[in-house]
Design a protein around this ligand. Structure first.
Ligand code: IVH
Length: 699
């Protein structure tokens, strides 16, 4: 405990940095690392320290500010009236205290009844919508409460947002509301993002181009926040965002004289207003409404984390004003954190489509926030070790507004004697292959990609794809079907399909012609160049370029296979040889070695090579004038396509690159060549015309 002021000062510094970091994660990156309850606990600790050591209080500490400063990228907008936040109460006694404070301030007798509006507190993102002459002109996020981000273009795409008001409106007014995503929409959206992330991971594994990162949101609030902050409004438009309006900011005139009147007006003007709002006339009614909402919470289609009570009369709101960052006339009566403890019965390991091993907690069923929970993700093995979670432990489960329950920790006193640290498996539970974790990666992956049932279909799809074995008529759907029918389990099986005509003909909707075509397509790909064959295997990190390098270097399948097996021994001559190939880094070498170290892969590979023996790599003609040279093509060639020219140059033993540098030996200049030709001249690199190139190309 921080008994001394010096200790308290040090801890406040630490908390300031920590809370600032979590603010940035939450508000700017929409990627919180801790639950709301954990965050609240940090803030409570900081406030408590400041209360005990008032001399240490500093106004610029992150917990004295609302939200976070606007992120870079969007224009900044100053709100006409600051967007403040609400103080929280957690029970009837605290609510009664809030009501007493109002009476005291207004000089009302203690018995005087107060009328409040009670509105579900939507767990979304507050926005400020500016209307002029009844038209929507600008929309902004809350930002730090004073200045937000201009997200007008994105907000315009919301179907719930009226672009033109239907009721008589003051000349200029700011409408405040909450943008959110329903649970159902969130679940569908998250599933789609997960698929996209897996697809991206699969592309990474194949060494292909990646495109933009895919965010998998943890809860509807993050999903809504991320969707609103898109650079491209078309992306926002495709997201299922909803809106509830509930308040007024700056206004040239008031459209009503009470909060309940305002809500009516908002509905008439065309805004969605939460239909559950109620007017309550006493503290007792407030408590009853709060209890009702808490019991209905789990069955609502959107997330709420409490009830907002606002004193109904605007003239009284006016007199009460604000204290610090919150109004005196409103309060958020929050639901208790959705926490529960239960026993961890087991840790299951699931294998994803790309071979990632993910641990999942299996627990004694427990009700958290009205929902029965049996499973929770444990993310990865490091997470289990960090939280020291052991089977048999009593774990603390938290829903805290999140749809997906999290295990936030364990209860050490309840650990059964003899509980051992969890031994994360080093073999794949789906296929038995060894599972490895690369340096600096938190994920352990199965290496038996070719045979692992969890990854099989994905690998087969890649195997037949256009840039790999290019088998026409064997698309993703057909692969799925043939796999489900038990006709396909490994790449070699594809080449056994021609012998299974009858089984194919028996498939629903498969006629003679279709089967014929498929068999012909398969036969035409039985002998593919070694580089295509290697790429088709879908070994992690072995993209087309790397496959080409390997095929060139080793020449034949047999040599490649033999040298890869030999390379398993660290420091061996074969390992050195592999590492010395230009363009093959240690990470790639490691993947190759891992692939060949798995006997299941070797068996599947040999099986495949028997069915579809790859052709030896074309030996580059050593006598060509460009053998061993680095060559760049620029401009348009008339006699052949760029792709053709590059392939020909490679076949002649040249290395093709895209940009001209000091390492370039030859630049072939076609029509309309631009900066590359100029750069070649500047560097004194040898330049060839198309005619000169053709002379070489045609030998
Ligand atoms: S009124 C000065 N009403 O809760 C009063 N807020 O902690 C400002 N919220 O930033 C808020 N539903 O994001 C209000 N019916 C509601 C609300 C609501 C959700 C959010 C909003 C606000 C935060 C306040």
């Amino acid at each position: 405990m921080s008994g001394s002021e010096a200790e308290a000062a040090a801890e406040l510094e630490r908390l300031a940095a920590e809370i600032a970091r979590h603010n940035a994660l939450y508000y700017q990156q929409d990627a919180p690392e801790i639950s709301d309850a954990e965050y609240d606990a940090l803030v409570a600790r900081a406030r408590d320290l400041e209360a005990r050591f008032p001399a240490l209080r500093r106004e610029d500490r992150p917990w004295h500010r609302v939200g976070a400063p606007p992120a870079a990228g969007f224009a900044k907008v100053r709100h006409g009236v600051p967007m403040l936040s609400l103080d929280n109460v957690f029970g009837a006694a605290q609510f009664a205290e809030f009501a007493r404070g109002i009476r005291r301030f207004l000089g009302l007798p203690p018995g005087q009844a107060l009328r409040f509006t009670a509105e579900p507190k939507i767990d979304g993102l507050s926005v400020n919508l500016l209307y002029e002459h009844g038209r929507f002109v600008r929309g902004a996020t809350r930002g730090d409460g004073l200045v937000g981000e201009d997200i007008t273009a994105n907000l315009r795409t919301l179907k719930d947002l009226p672009l033109r008001l239907e009721a008589d409106a003051p000349e200029r007014m700011e409408i405040r509301g909450e943008v959110y995503m329903t649970r159902a929409d969130f679940l569908a959206f998250r599933a789609a993002q997960e698929r996209a992330a897996e697809e991206r991971e699969a592309r990474r594994a194949r060494g292909e181009k990646l495109g933009e990162a895919v965010q998998v949101p943890a809860n509807p609030r993050n999903a809504a926040a991320g969707s609103l902050r898109q650079k491209d409004p078309a992306v926002t438009a495709a997201r299922p965002l909803r809106l509830f309006a509930y308040g007024l900011g700056e206004a040239s005139a008031l459209p009503a004289d009470s909060q309940s009147g305002l809500l009516d007006w908002l509905a008439r003007a065309g805004f969605p207003v939460n239909p559950l709002f109620r007017v309550v006339e006493s503290e007792a009614e407030a408590e009853a409404f709060q209890a009702e909402m808490e019991s209905r919470r789990a069955s609502l289609d959107y997330e709420i984390d409490g009830v907002v009570f606002k004193l109904d009369r605007f003239d009284w709101q006016q007199r009460l004003g604000f204290v610090g960052r919150a109004p005196r006339w409103a309060v958020a009566w929050k639901f208790p954190a959705e926490q529960a403890t239960t026993r961890l019965l087991d840790i299951e390991i699931q294998v994803g489509r790309t071979g990632a091993l993910t641990p999942r907690a299996v627990m004694e069923p427990v009700v958290v926030g009205g929902v029965t929970v049996r499973h929770a993700t444990l993310h990865n093995e490091e997470e289990i070790a960090r939280k020291d979670i052991r089977i048999g432990d009593t774990v603390i489960l938290q829903r805290a507004g999140d749809v997906i329950p999290q295990i936030t920790g364990i209860v050490p006193e309840k650990r059964p004697p003899g509980a051992k640290p969890f031994a994360f498996p080093h073999t794949c539970p789906a296929c038995g292959s060894h599972a490895v974790r690369e340096k600096e990666d938190v994920v352990r992956r199965c290496t038996g990609g070719l045979t692992c049932p969890a990854q099989r279909v994905e690998r087969l799809k890649h195997f037949v794809s256009r840039r790999a074995m290019d088998i026409e008529g064997l698309g993703e759907e057909t692969i799925g079907l043939l796999h489900a029918e038990g006709l396909l389990a490994s790449p070699a099986d594809i080449f056994r399909l021609p012998a299974r005509r009858e089984a194919l003909l028996a498939l629903e909707g498969w006629g003679e012609k279709k089967v014929q075509n498929l068999i012909a397509a398969i036969e035409s790909r039985r002998r593919m160049p070694l580089e295509r064959f290697i790429f088709a295997l879908g070994i992690r990190r072995i993209g087309e370029q790397t496959a080409k390098l390997l095929a060139r270097h080793y020449g034949t399948f047999e040599t490649w296979r033999e040298r890869m097996i030999a390379a398993r021994v660290p420091g061996s001559e074969a390992r050195e040889e592999l590492g010395a190939i230009q363009g093959i880094g240690p990470a790639i070498a490691e993947e190759l070695v891992e692939f060949f170290a798995e006997p299941r892969n070797l068996a599947a590979l040999d099986d495949l090579a028997r069915e579809a023996p790859p052709l030896p790599a074309e030996a580059p003609a050593a006598d060509s004038p460009i053998a061993g040279k680095t060559i760049v093509f620029t401009g348009t060639l008339s006699a052949m396509t760029r792709q053709e020219a590059e392939a020909r140059a490679e076949a002649l033993g040249a290395k093709v690159t895209k940009s001209v540098s000091r390492k370039t030996d030859v630049v072939v200049v076609g029509a309309d060549a631009g900066s590359k030709a100029a750069r070649a001249a500047e560097l004194g690199v040898r330049v060839l015309s198309e005619a000169e190139w053709l002379a070489i190309a045609r030998g």
